[in-house]
Design a protein around this ligand. Structure first.
Ligand SMILES: [Zn+2]
Length: 393
C-alpha cells in the first residue's frame, strides 16, 4: 500500500509511510486509479429523448433525422443545461477528462458550441473538456457548414471531427477535414465506417492521408462497425495498417448495439468492433459512451465502468489481461489517443484520482463498480455512498 503526497493540486511524492502532511485522507486500502476518460461523447445532443419523435414502429430507426428536427429548436441555454446535467453524470462516475464532439451544422450553427463551452467552463473544477467540432449532416454539399466549422475552430474547438457517412462525397469531406487539421495544427477524430457490411471502408483512405501527412498518433476514428463484420484475415490486415500508420480506434458499444443489425429479424449482429483484441497488435483503442438519452442511444448514465462491463461481456473478454485492456480503454489508452502527457498517478501529474471499493481495475470492470469518491487536482469532486444492507434485528 502506498501514500500519495499532493501539493498544489499535483502529485508531489509517492511512497510508503509518507509523513508530515497538513491533511490526511485515508482511503482504507481501496483502489485508487487515475480519473477516467470519456474519449467520445456528444454533450450537445444528450438528454433530448423526451422531445424527439418516437422511433418508427417499422423500418429504419430514422435516428439522425429525429435529432435534426430537435436541433432546430436548440438554444444556447438549453444546450448548456443539458450539457451540465450530462457532465454531472460523468463526473459522479469518475470521469475527469473528456473529448466531446459538437455539431456545427445549420440551423444550430454555433449554438451547440457556445452551450457546451459554457458548461465546460462551469465544471472546469471537476473535468477537462476538449471540444471536437464536426459536421453531422454533411460538409461538401453545404458551404455554410464549412464557414461554421472555421468559426468553431476560431472560437474554442481544439480538434476537428467528421462524419463522412453523411456526406455525398466521403473522400471530399475527409480531404477537407485533414486540410483544416493541418492548417490549424490540431488532431482529427472522425465518425467512420458505421455500417452492417465490410464493403467500401473509408478507413483505408484515412490511413493513406494519415501516412501522407505524417499525422500518425493524431487521428482517431469512432464506431468502425464495418470492421466488426469483416473476415478475420481482413481484420488482421487492417489492424496492421492502422497500427503502422498510427490511427486509433474508438468503440461506442451502446450506440452500435442499438443501431446495428436493424436489417435482421433474429440473431441480431452485435456490430461492435472487438477492439481490445487489437491492443496487443499495437493499435490504440478506446471505448466510450457516445450518445446519452437521444434517438441514437436511448440509454445512458455517464458510467464508463458500466460501458466497459457491457463491452467486455459482448466482446467476450474473459481473461484478466483482456478485462484489464477494457479498463485501459477508458483510461490509459484514451490518454494516449488524446495525447495527454500528464495522465496517470505519477509524480508531477495533476492529482486526478478516483477511488473504487474494488480489488483491482479488472474487478471494477467485471462487477461494474462505480467509484466512491473522486478528486480533480487534489480537490474532492464527488461522493457516491456505498449501499448498506439492513439486516433484521
Ligand atoms: Zn459520436
Amino acid at each position: 500500500m502506498l501514500d500519495l503526497r499532493v501539493v498544489d493540486g499535483r502529485i508531489a511524492e509517492i511512497g510508503p509511510g509518507l509523513t508530515g502532511a497538513e491533511e490526511i485522507i485515508d482511503l482504507n486500502g481501496k483502489l485508487a486509479t487515475p480519473g477516467l476518460i470519456e474519449s467520445h461523447i456528444h454533450l450537445d445532443k444528450a438528454c433530448i429523448l423526451a422531445r424527439c419523435a418516437p422511433e418508427p414502429e417499422t423500418g429504419p430507426t430514422n435516428h439522425a433525422a429525429r435529432v435534426t428536427e430537435a436541433k432546430e429548436k436548440f438554444t444556447v441555454e438549453d444546450v448548456y443545461e443539458r450539457a451540465c446535467r450530462t457532465l454531472e453524470k460523468c463526473i459522479s462516475n469518475g470521469t475527469t477528462r473528456m473529448r466531446t464532439h459538437v455539431e456545427i451544422d445549420p440551423p444550430a450553427g454555433l449554438i451547440c458550441l457556445e452551450g457546451v463551452m459554457q458548461a465546460a467552463k462551469e465544471y472546469a473544477w471537476a473535468i477537462d473538456v476538449e471540444i471536437c467540432a464536426f459536421p453531422q449532416e454533411g460538409l461538401t454539399q453545404a458551404d455554410e457548414t464549412d464557414a461554421f466549422l472555421l468559426e468553431a475552430l476560431d472560437k474554442g474547438a481544439t480538434c476537428v471531427g467528421a462524419a463522412p457517412g453523411y456526406d455525398p462525397d466521403h473522400n471530399g469531406q475527409i480531404d477537407r477535414v485533414f486540410a483544416l487539421a493541418r492548417e490549424r495544427d490540431i488532431d482529427v477524430d472522425m465518425h467512420l465506417d458505421f455500417g452492417n457490411t465490410p464493403e467500401d471502408m473509408d478507413l483505408h483512405y484515412v490511413c493513406e492521408l494519415t501516412e501522407k501527412f505524417g499525422y500518425g498518433g493524431r487521428v482517431n476514428v469512432g464506431h468502425v462497425t464495418k470492421m466488426s463484420v469483416a473476415a478475420p484475415d481482413d481484420v488482421a490486415e487492417i489492424s496492421k495498417r492502422v497500427a503502422e500508420t498510427g490511427v486509433a480506434l474508438t468503440v461506442l458499444p451502446a450506440t452500435d448495439l442499438f443501431l446495428m443489425g436493424r436489417d435482421q429479424d433474429r440473431g441480431i449482429r452485435r456490430g461492435v468492433l472487438e477492439a481490445h483484441r487489437l491492443i496487443p497488435e499495437g493499435v490504440t483503442c478506446t471505448l466510450s459512451s457516445n450518445n446519452i438519452l437521444n434517438p441514437f442511444t436511448p440509454f445512458g448514465d455517464g458510467s464508463l465502468m458500466r460501458m466497459a462491463n457491457m463491452y467486455a461481456n459482448i466482446a467476450q473478454a474473459s481473461k484478466p489481461a483482456e478485462i484489464r485492456n477494457c479498463f485501459d480503454m477508458t483510461s490509459f489508452q484514451s490518454a494516449r489517443m488524446m495525447r495527454l502527457n500528464d495522465y496517470g498517478i505519477e509524480v508531477g501529474n495533476p492529482a486526478d484520482i478516483v477511488v473504487f471499493d474494488a480489488a483491482s481495475p479488472e474487478a471494477a470492470v467485471a462487477e461494474s463498480i462505480a467509484p466512491e469518491v473522486g478528486y480533480k487536482a487534489g480537490r474532492q469532486t464527488f461522493t457516491r455512498p456505498a449501499a448498506q444492507i439492513h439486516r433484521p434485528a
